[in-house]
Design a protein around this ligand. Structure first.
Ligand code: NAG
Ligand code: NAG
Ligand code: NAG
Ligand code: NAG
Ligand code: NAG
Ligand code: NAG
Ligand code: NAG
Ligand code: NAG
Ligand code: NAG
Ligand code: NAG
Ligand code: CU
Length: 668
């Protein structure tokens, strides 16, 4: 590993101006190109025919700018070309991508990943894909060209509410048809809710093979309730972490059990920080570069952390010698809190401030896999500009105070801070702070186990996972195995077969707890809704990460009660049991809890969420673990009526069954 440090760039101080190195730079905010000695971005790489032909469009570099109240909104244009593309291709003989500059306008087609060659799916021959960084009120236009011959694809803009842009949420067969190979779909939507977001493929397992990237909507500092806690908010301090395998994700589903990294499991082989890292492969450690993030001394830097994991494992981030002041999660400001490490699961984001108050040097950014991934870790480097890049120690970093620990009783340990202990940093809709909401739903998370000799019968094609073990299962949400409809609900609802869409609250009698259909729950527009998610999935150590599209919900309560046998916290609980707890007043509701759009539901526990249904549309609600999603752990919330939605965009692509009557040649 030592040799790796030597190939790092020698950092100059802020364009070589020495006096700036020690000065505290209080007034700096937003995007600063060439931060701390990085080479400036070559704008030529940001241009393309569409931008050159339409002078009102702004390129990615122009859009990644500081945001001010007097600024003019821009129309920010991106072109994504999605391909099957090799990691460690011949392009790596030409250049090594530098995240700080390459992510805005790529100048290098090498995808290094963790140094193990394999095939990936890339956007513009990058992983992560191009960074979208805009100001609140801009219009984002992304032309997505699908060049993967084998797959239809869609892109979801995770965290963007898409109010008034409901047709661009990117969920296949809910808000659009998949983009077929060879064609281009234009997403265009307003950047209307600020925060650290990201984008990723929402089709099959494509996300796990590389189709993801960062998406940040900044606000003027005056509009950020935590604006006074940081000095800088650099584009180069956006950090996306991902999990990665040494083969394509489709190799492992269906047919492999959840445990294990090898040929038997669904556990990632490595973790990546901004697409970079090293791993043990074939008996040695790869020599790829680690991610280096440059900081100026004596400055409070805002970091924007995005968890783009696909597996069931949480990841824990710690920065050697530095505390983390967390100010926001999933685009929702919180009352600041100081911690040592942050645990995050698939789909979550955390914004934190790092004060560079240590002797100038190089410090480890440690990303540890937890639970089933506890043997995996990755390092990045926090590099003080101009200082030595030699790490001072190799000691294991202490976890210290942990935000969002998984699977603990957070009432009893001051070193472990659960999400339900955070306080909202913004005012809360009064309708959500009443004792009762208009609607209340208990939604169990589960798995059903098949009887193999019944499942693998001719003409049966049920959704299943883990075929090589004796436990063959499918995932359920609200008792239903979700199945996609042939035609998108938002634009072609009535083109679907009459028994396609189902409602878990009014199940047809033939579905005794394991229907396979498009589960769609209706909420009247503007109603207040309480959702009580109950993990009855009977899996140890797994906290399902639930993501809601179109909204951020309030986290009102979380718990991991003793099971009905009252002996330990890993025994399964049921909806009825949680209802009983609630009746007995044992579920405490905190109405000033944080907003989130993705939350790890305590293992064998519950989470109480509330939302005001003020965004009409068809919104996906699902576990963000990709293999759970592929096994059916999803549903749709249908808010309001069709008349509440904007009209279907002209020429919106259509798809569906083609079942013309069969000619009866014997009788005609
Ligand atoms: C910028 O990139 C273009 C095209 O990649 C190249 O022709 C040009 O020389 C570059 N300019 C600089 C200053 O590096
Ligand atoms: C990394 O290893 C490969 C082969 O294992 C070798 O060809 C390459 O030169 C090495 N790169 C560096 C920077 O050491
Ligand atoms: C981190 O926070 C702890 C507790 O407040 C404090 O004792 C320690 O000095 C802080 N460390 C740094 C590097 O700021
Ligand atoms: C967090 O740490 C900073 C720097 O050490 C300190 O100024 C601040 O008061 C702390 N905030 C909280 C909420 O403890
Ligand atoms: C899984 O949870 C059990 C308790 O439920 C605990 O004893 C065990 O250490 C956990 N395993 C991992 C890998 O975290
Ligand atoms: C990971 O967890 C397993 C199961 O709990 C345990 O046996 C193993 O020692 C752990 N490994 C590390 C590195 O902590
Ligand atoms: C840390 O570990 C690396 C690799 O094992 C070694 O080369 C380096 O000297 C170590 N550094 C310190 C400060 O112990
Ligand atoms: C599985 O189904 C078969 C056929 O219906 C039945 O004979 C068998 O007992 C079942 N096995 C279990 C474990 O339920
Ligand atoms: C699922 O359906 C099968 C019949 O296909 C039935 O035997 C089984 O009990 C059902 N499972 C549950 C959990 O209701
Ligand atoms: C806890 O409950 C689980 C599931 O009911 C059981 O398998 C396990 O043995 C129990 N552990 C202890 C320590 O009681
Ligand atoms: Cu799950």
């Amino acid at each position: 590993m030592h040799s790796t440090w030597k190939i790092f760039l020698i950092f100059m101080c802020f364009f070589g101006v020495k006096s700036q190195c020690s000065k505290r730079t209080k007034s700096v905010t937003g995007y600063v190109p060439g931060v701390a000695g990085m080479s400036p971005i070559n704008e030529t790489n940001c241009l393309n025919d569409v931008i050159l032909e339409n002078p009102f469009l702004s390129n990615p570099l122009e859009c990644a700018r500081p945001c001010s109240e007097s600024g003019t909104p821009k129309t920010c244009y991106y072109h994504f070309v999605i391909e099957r593309y090799p990691v460690q291709s011949a392009a790596c003989g030409l250049c090594t991508p530098d995240t700080a500059t390459n992510s805005i306008c790529a100048d290098c087609q090498c995808v290094p990943a963790d140094g193990v060659s394999r095939m990936a799916l890339t956007i513009n021959r990058m992983m992560p894909g191009p960074s979208i960084q805009v100001c609140l009120g801009d219009l984002i236009v992304v032309d997505v060209t699908n060049k993967i011959a084998e797959d239809g694809i869609t892109i979801h803009w995770h965290g963007v509410f898409q109010k008034d842009y409901q047709y661009y949420d990117g969920v296949p067969f809910v808000t659009q048809c998949p983009i077929v190979a060879g064609s281009t779909f234009r997403y265009q939507y307003a950047a209307n809710n600020p925060g650290t977001h990201f984008y990723h493929a929402h089709t099959g397992l494509n996300k796990m093979d590389g189709v993801f990237g960062t998406l940040v909507i900044r606000t003027p500092r005056e509009q950020d309730p935590n604006g006074k806690y940081f000095d800088t908010d650099y584009s180069s301090h956006v950090v996306i972490i991902s999990d990665w395998m040494n083969e394509e994700s489709t190799e492992r589903f269906p047919g492999r059990t959840a445990k294990g990294t090898g040929p038997t499991g669904q556990i990632p082989n490595s973790l990546l920080i901004n697409g970079k890292g090293q791993t043990n492969f074939d008996g040695s450690t790869t020599n790829t570069s680690l991610e280096v993030i440059t900081v100026e001394p004596n400055t409070r830097h805002r970091f924007r952390l995005i968890n783009s994991f696909c597996s069931v494992c949480p990841g824990q981030i710690t920065i050697e010698g530095h505390n983390l002041t967390v100010i926001e999660t999933d685009g929702q400001p919180i009352k600041p809190i100081n911690v040592t490490s942050i645990v995050s699961s698939a789909g979550e984001r955390y914004d934190f401030v790092v004060e560079t108050n240590q002797p100038p040097g190089a410090y480890r950014i440690q990303l540890r896999g937890l639970q089933l991934c506890n043997e995996t870790q990755q390092l990045g480097i926090l590099q003080y500009a101009g200082a030595s890049n030699e790490l001072s120690t190799n000691e294991t970093l202490s976890s210290g105070i942990i935000l969002n620990p998984s699977g603990v009783d957070c009432d009893n340990n001051p070193e472990e801070i659960c999400i339900s202990k955070l306080k909202s940093g913004t005012p809360i809709d009064e309708g959500l702070t009443q004792p009762e909401t208009d609607l209340q739903f208990y939604i169990p998370i589960g798995f059903i186990n098949y009887n193999i000799s019944e499942l693998f019968q001719p003409n049966r094609y049920d959704t299943f996972s883990s075929a090589i073990s004796t436990a063959v299962s499918a995932a359920t949400l609200d008792g239903i195995i979700y199945a996609s409809a042939p035609s998108p609900l938002i634009s072609q609802f009535s083109d679907n077969p009459s028994d396609q869409v189902c409602d878990s609250q009014n199940l047809p009698p033939k579905c005794n707890g394991n229907c396979t259909c498009t589960n769609t729950l209706k909420f009247p527009l503007y109603s207040t809704v309480e959702i009580i998610l109950v993990d009855s999935s009977e899996l140890p150590n797994i906290s399902h990460a639930f993501h809601m599209h179109g909204y951020a919900y309030r986290v009102i309560s979380m718990g991991q009660p003793l099971g009905p046998n009252l002996d330990n916290q890993s025994s399964t609980i049921s909806v009825d049991y949680v209802k009983q707890l609630d009746k007995n007043g044992e579920i405490k509701r905190n109405f000033d809890g944080p907003g989130k759009d993705t939350l790890a539901v305590p293992n064998n526990g519950y989470a109480v969420l509330r939302v005001r249904a003020n965004n009409p549309g068809f919104w996906f609600f699902h576990c963000h673990f990709i293999y759970h999603q592929a096994s059916g752990m999803e549903m749709v919330f249908n808010v309001g009526e069709q008349k509440d939605l904007p009209p279907v965009p002209p020429n919106f692509p259509k798809c569906g069954n083609f079942l013309n009557p069969i000619k009866d040649i014997l009788r005609s």
